[in-house]
Design a protein around this ligand. Structure first.
Ligand SMILES: Cc1cc2nc3c(=O)[nH]c(=O)nc-3n(C[C@H](O)[C@H](O)[C@H](O)COP(=O)(O)O)c2cc1C
Length: 406
């Protein structure tokens, strides 16, 4: 029987295990990475050694496992700075809430955190924790900090946990971790290799005051699926996303923004691009007189919100003076006369294609798993059946590939 191709031959992966139940899955990750030819070195926090022994991890990695910052042996043999410089990539799996917090704050009080602070290699982290810990604002703020600094967060997945609880917090499966590592170390060529793409996704939040905002029901599922599908096809993808509760798609550079103005600036900064897909539900208006402190409720005195127009990102790209993407795709979320409105939008915004969808409440499109879209081009209208959002993404990317490989 032959194993997977040794596409990681010569690559060095440093795995940092931290103290969660999901440690039991990591020997499987190490085994699979080694099967692909990687040299894997593991280091463990003290808490991680409570869940799986260094002996087990070392037996699978065929190497010494590092656990101590203050060990004369370990320091003399490799030293924490050399360990930090040793890998082409660092994978933190599982990544506890505690270690993510330490990373976000630059703490370095044990071997794992010191190495994570000293490394210059790209860091991938696979969080695993109870859903309440995952959803805690402190964890979410730490994740934002880490993402902004270029750490790639993989997962977590949703589903049943070790405790009798379900929700987001399960570490992604070993096979998915190995794919994420492989994609990062040896990007696979695809039909869109060499092409650059910008995708916008999710809603925008427009502040009314520091605590209130105007939002919409977009979940970001469609935009994120498109970004992931473009990356799978080999494109170099920048995803500019508004506030969503989805993990960053693998292999995609993610920029997190809140407002339409921030999204517009992030898109502009990401130009030039061959492809732009504007799937975000960008607020048309923002509050012109947003309060800088919380607007107080005064009985009988209703605040008047004055609205002003937001920048139109799609139209801005359509008539960009220097960097109009070669293929510009917009979305039109309509509740009535869907095709007619979308055709008008395509011309008005000067984009090449529009994916039009019916978002009237009974369709369940916003936030749902499925979408029913019509692809509107200069040649006419192609109506797709109701399919999953990832199937819409694959079909769109197949159409994009056809343009660039024609
Ligand atoms: C049985 C048990 C399971 C735990 N599972 C997790 C977990 O899945 N994720 C997590 O973030 N913390 C979990 N913890 C808490 C961490 O082990 C604890 O925060 C520890 O300080 C983490 O240290 P480290 O990040 O240095 O490894 C668990 C604790 C226990 C006792």
């Amino acid at each position: 029987m032959t194993g997977p191709a040794p596409d990681l031959a010569g690559k060095r992966v440093l795995i940092v295990l931290t103290g969660g139940i999901a440690c039991y899955k990591v020997p499987e990750v190490i085994r699979r990475l080694k099967e692909r030819g990687a040299f894997v070195r593991a280091l463990m926090t003290e808490a991680a050694t409570r869940f799986v022994t260094p002996l087990t991890v070392g037996a699978v990695s065929s190497d010494r496992v590092y656990t101590e910052l203050w060990s004369r042996d370990e320091e003399a043999e490799v030293g924490h700075i050399r360990l930090a410089r040793d890998g082409d990539l660092v994978l933190v799996a599982p990544a506890t809430a505690h270690t993510l917090a330490k990373m976000a704050h630059g703490l370095a009080d044990d071997l794992a955190s010191t190495v994570l602070l000293a490394t210059r290699a790209p860091i991938l982290a696979a969080p695993a924790m109870n859903p309440a810990m995952w959803q805690h604002p402190a964890t979410q703020a730490n994740l934002r900090t880490l993402r902004d600094r270029g750490v790639t967060i993989i997962g977590p997945a949703s589903g049943a946990m070790a405790e009798p609880e379900t929700g987001p917090g399960r570490m992604v499966e070993p096979a998915d971790l190995v794919t994420a590592v492989t994609d990062r170390l040896v990007p696979r060529p695809g039909p869109l290799t060499g092409r650059t793409a910008i995708v916008t996704s999710g809603p925008t939040h427009e502040p009314i005051d520091p605590v209130r905002f105007i939002a919409n029901r977009s979940s970001g599922k469609q935009g994120h699926a498109i970004a992931e599908a473009l990356a799978r096809a080999g494109a170099s993808v920048t995803l500019v996303t508004g506030p969503v509760i989805l993990p960053d798609p693998p292999g995609v550079a993610c920029l997190h923004v809140e407002t339409a103005e921030q999204m517009c600036a992030a898109v502009e900064a990401a130009l030039p691009a061959d492809i732009a897909v504007c799937a975000a539900a960008v607020a048309d208006w923002r509050v012109a007189n947003a309060g800088t402190s919380k607007i107080k409720k005064v009985s009988g005195d209703l605040p008047i919100l004055e609205l002003t127009e937001n920048p139109d990102i799609l139209a801005g790209l359509g008539r960009h003076p220097t960097a109009r993407p070669t293929l510009l795709v917009g979305f039109a979320a309509e509740t009535d006369r869907v095709i007619e409105h979308a055709q008008a939008k395509r011309l008005k915004k000067r984009c090449d294609w529009i994916l039009a969808n019916d978002v009237s409440p009974e369709t369940g499109t916003f936030g749902g798993e499925h979408n029913r879209v019509h692809l509107i081009t200069a040649d006419g209208v192609e109506s797709w059946p109701q399919i999953s959002k990832s199937a819409v993404a694959s079909r769109l990317v197949a159409a994009i590939q056809a343009v660039f490989t024609a």
